[in-house]
Design a protein around this ligand. Structure first.
Ligand code: SAJ
Length: 445
């Protein structure tokens, strides 16, 4: 252990990162920037080629420049040969996606494949860490059996730790470098080595715990956020009925020193928040328990895109538009503002439902290059021209800065503008035959 600890401290430890996605690639680049030699591994040949040219397949603020630096000075090299990269590593990070299947059950296939690659390259003395979000209990139930098929013993022949990533997309580089972290070790030596490794790349406080607690911490962090957002959404639905502005009520309530309500939105997307509560639900059921509050919060958040659909249809009928002849413009395919990630985007159920009902819908996004199989354009004018109803679904700064006069000159009056993110100025978007509606405000359905 001391030998490996010293190699970390003098940055001569060879690092391998399995999985070069929204978290793995920034992590690999940051570790390389700190002076380590890093092998980045991914199954996507396309990504490997781009990365080895210093280009980023992931759209994250500052990542392209950082990648260019570390690839140019030979500190980061990408490969598809995971086994070789594990064999040559002192420390291996597994940072692969862990989605849920259509039945909301955990899909750990990619995660297991990654660990089988680690198994094939495993030898004594390595430190193995994963940052992937997993159902509590997975490290002991799934990962350990795979690794110990080699005959090597965790905690003695190799070290094993879990440290959930907490970086928020659009701030990933800053947050990997500065966020506090939890490090859960299989044993004390594993915790200590993982602590030493993360101390080399982050200025944030690092708390040590055991593996099971660390697994639980990650999913409860995101489940908490999901419940908070669901609370805000339910308040928004109530305020619409009451003719109260939910954002005003929430902002004033948050003036209380111990109240911190998040913002209502048209749905909860991304690759984590919509998924992690189901990991908790799955893990609870393994212990014969139903977690009702968290399940209900998921139900509320998953219903929000359909509430926006109700507002769209109500708006068309209030402006006497024939739904079958109307043009609906969806602004925002990404799951939230200023990212190109459209995984679990709230726009998806809206677009797919309108398409199924043969309603003319076209989507726009300044970052994403395609939508969910419908009509799409990166040209805003093409999307809003002659539109009967415009729906702001992502809080991109690009939409905050839209010129109201130009937009209103292009639509087909009467036109409704539905502000799903409360980012437009109502006064600028309400005049002769332009109707502004906002989630959580004013007219009820
Ligand atoms: N949203 C709202 N209202 C809000 C905040 C968010 O409707 O007040 C929506 C967003 O529009 C988006 C979704 O929720 O559709 C999730 O976005 P987010 O910004 O809340 O979170 P993520 O998924 O981008 O990142 C989260 C973060 N988790 C927490 O803040 C507890 C991040 O720290 C995690 O690292 C990340 O999940 C992850 O990878 O687990």
């Amino acid at each position: 252990m001391d030998h490996l600890k010293k190699k970390i401290q003098d940055k001569t430890a060879n690092i391998t990162v399995l999985g070069l996605g929204y978290v793995g690639l920034p992590l690999a680049a940051i570790i390389a920037k700190q002076g380590f030699h890093v092998s980045g591994v991914d199954i996507k040949e396309e990504s490997i080629k781009k990365i080895n040219k210093g280009n980023s397949p992931v759209n994250e603020e500052g990542l392209e420049d950082l990648l260019g630096d570390v690839v140019a000075d030979g500190r980061l090299k990408a490969t598809t040969d995971g086994v070789e990269a594990v064999k040559s590593a002192d420390i291996v990070f597994v940072v692969v996606q862990t989605p849920i299947a259509d039945d909301k059950e955990p899909d750990l296939n990619a995660f297991k494949i990654a660990w089988k690659t680690v198994r094939s390259g495993l030898s004594k003395g390595k430190l193995l860490i994963t940052e992937s979000t997993i159902p509590p209990g997975t490290m002991k139930k799934v990962v350990l059996p795979i690794l110990e098929e080699t005959g090597l013993k965790a905690g003695e022949d190799f070290y094993l730790a879990y440290s959930p990533e907490r970086a928020i997309p659009t701030r990933t580089l800053i947050e990997i470098r500065t966020n506090s972290r939890i490090v859960g070790g299989y044993n004390v030596a594993s915790s200590e080595l993982a602590f030493t490794m993360y101390s080399a790349i982050t200025s944030g406080e690092i708390k040590k715990t055991d593996i099971e607690t660390a697994e639980m911490v990650k999913v409860i962090e995101n489940a908490y956020r999901d419940v908070n957002i669901a609370f805000a959404n339910e308040i928004a639905l109530l305020c619409e009925k009451k003719g109260i502005d939910a954002m005003e009520a929430i902002t004033l309530a948050n003036n209380h020193p111990r109240v911190d309500i998040l913002s209502p939105g048209p749905g909860v997307g991304g690759h984590c928040i919509p998924k992690d509560p189901y990991f908790l639900i799955h893990s609870a059921r393994e212990s014969a328990m139903e977690i009702e509050l968290i399940s209900k919060a998921r139900e509320i958040n998953e219903s929000m895109p359909y509430h926006i659909l109700d507002i769209i249809k109500d708006s068309l009928s209030r402006t006497n538009k024939d739904t079958q002849k109307a043009k609906i413009s969806i602004l925002g395919v990404a799951y939230k503002g200023n990212t190109d990630d459209s995984r679990n985007s709230p726009s998806e159920p809206i677009v797919k439902t309108l398409m199924k009902e043969k309603i003319d819908v076209i989507s726009h996004d300044p970052f994403v290059s395609k939508d969910f199989g419908g009509k799409f354009s990166n040209n805003l004018e093409e999307v809003v021209k002659d539109s009967d109803c415009i729906v702001v679904m992502a809080d991109h700064d690009y939409y905050r800065n839209i010129d109201p006069i130009q937009l209103k000159s292009m639509v087909k009056r009467p036109c409704t503008i539905i502000d799903g993110r409360r980012i437009l100025d109502q006064n600028a978007f309400s005049d002769e035959d332009i109707h502004y509606r906002a989630l959580g405000k004013g007219k009820s359905i």
